[in-house]
Design a protein around this ligand. Sequence first.
Ligand code: URA
Length: 289
Amino acid sequence: FLVNFSVCLRVRFFSQNYLGLRRTIANRVKKTSRGPNKVSLPRAISKLGSASRSQALQLIQGGRVIVNGRVERNPHRWVNLLADTIKVDNELLTKQPFRYIILNKPRGLVTSRADERDRATVFDILEEEGKGLAPVGRLDKDTTGLLLFTNDHQLANLLISPESGVEKTYLATVDRDVDQKDLQRCADGMEIEGRGKVIRTKPAVVKLKGQRLAEITLTEGRNRQVRRMFEALGYQVVDLKRTSIGPLELGDLREGESRDLSHAEIEQLRSAVARGDLHTTRSRSNAME
Ligand code: URA
């Protein structure tokens, strides 16, 4: 029995090593198949403007991607952007020009392409205009204001990455008169609870605009952050509107309306991201004014 058992173990050991070796060789071969215009499949899908790279990975793993007529589940596959045909959900991907639009999001819509509870989404009002675009970050269902959409996933990822420190400004109306001491706590950074843990918010810029109206500028985007900060101070936010993202301003765009960004606005966004100074575009430090 012991002899048989040890033979079994050795066979398993060698067959595993053999499989590992085959995988390594296969990967080497794949790598040598790189060449001009060749990129990995997730990158190709993202370059063709259909999804971010992590979304592309999910599409591939979900069997929704077809390369040259065959379902491709290998995310390490290299494809030629000029020669190979790639379909996602049976739709052929072709290079789309970058588009950037902003929406003044009305209350009651969820920031998602499809909602599992069948609630109305921001894409319902964008209709055709939103095709192929993804929102840059999210606003809660009951928050209104500036929401950016684009198929430029690289810029979008830079804008939402925690390191970019992109400034987002909100107007919050609360249910009672605001105490200056509470605003100072928002400005200094404070502890908020959520999903079973306590976190400390980064310093913010806060201005009192009316007895119950505060403008708050954050350089991070934690889930329901403004509402949670005020809740922790004993207020209910009764109205919340985002008025700017970095150098982008909502301006007088009416609720429910959307528009393309101007050339100048796109350039401002790009150069702010490239300089990495989105948090100083409107120049301030953590302060209460
Ligand atoms: N903070 C919130 O509480 N909600 C949002 O939608 C955005 C920021």
